[in-house]
Design a protein around this ligand. Structure first.
Ligand code: TYD
Length: 198
């Protein structure tokens, strides 16, 4: 089963995932992420930092996804493992919809077409939702430098794009109120995952 965790920056994805490692330890899940841990993932991070160009950046994210799907996701699913990914294709659909504006007419279509023949669609996606002001407050408190995605205008649009995706695919998404206590969020997410496996 493929589970993905999504949300704008600063919503507590990392904290949730750290918690799931203990909470779901008996299920022996494979924890993974996008951008991934291969050198392509490193290239993506470099591309983001250097703000290369929106199209090149998007293509790097897709290249990273291809490596991720083939080296991590598909092999683990073949072994019937539970796979939990910190970000996945929805991040691309929502962030690149913003960054590709003015470059590509329909970024989601463009991205989906590129991936459709080889990607794996998640079984369940948890979307952590937090007001943008609160997310920015958390980002600024935690880090010294921010990525070009982490501004009020970008995150507002990205959040709206996430909400659009949930309306288009309500069966796959579980919306989580990221303002709630982190233990409560952890217990809720873990229980939903368990309920889907049995
Ligand atoms: P990530 O390394 O997860 O950053 P963080 O730890 O700050 O969440 O991702 C880096 C940024 O890349 C993040 O702001 C979201 C963005 N992103 C995209 O724009 N497209 C994508 O396809 C993915 C996976 C991430």
């Amino acid at each position: 089963m493929l589970v993905t965790i999504e949300g704008i920056d600063g919503t507590g994805k990392s904290t949730l995932i750290e918690g799931l490692k203990t909470e779901l330890a008996d299920l022996n899940p494979v924890f993974t992420r996008e951008p991934g841990s291969s050198w392509v993932g490193e290239a993506v991070r470099r591309g983001i930092k250097e703000e290369i160009n929106p199209i090149a950046e998007a293509l790097l994210f897709v290249a990273d996804h291809a490596v991720h799907v083939n080296t991590v996701i598909k092999p683990a699913l073949r072994e019937k493992k539970l796979v939990i990914s910190d970000r996945y294709s929805d991040s691309r659909y929502v962030y690149q919809s913003k960054t590709l504006k003015g470059h590509i007419a329909d970024p989601v279509r463009w991205l989906k077409d590129m991936q459709s023949e080889w990607t794996v669609v998640p079984d369940i996606t948890f979307l952590l939702v937090l007001p943008v002001e609160e997310s920015l407050r958390r980002i600024n408190a935690e880090r010294e430098s921010t990525e070009h995605f982490e501004s009020d205008g970008v995150l507002r649009e990205v959040q709206a794009n996430y909400m659009k995706l949930t309306e288009e695919d309500p069966k796959r998404f579980v919306i989580v109120d990221a303002k709630k206590d982190k233990e409560e969020i952890l217990k809720f997410v873990a229980s939903v995952i368990r309920s889907k496996i049995v």
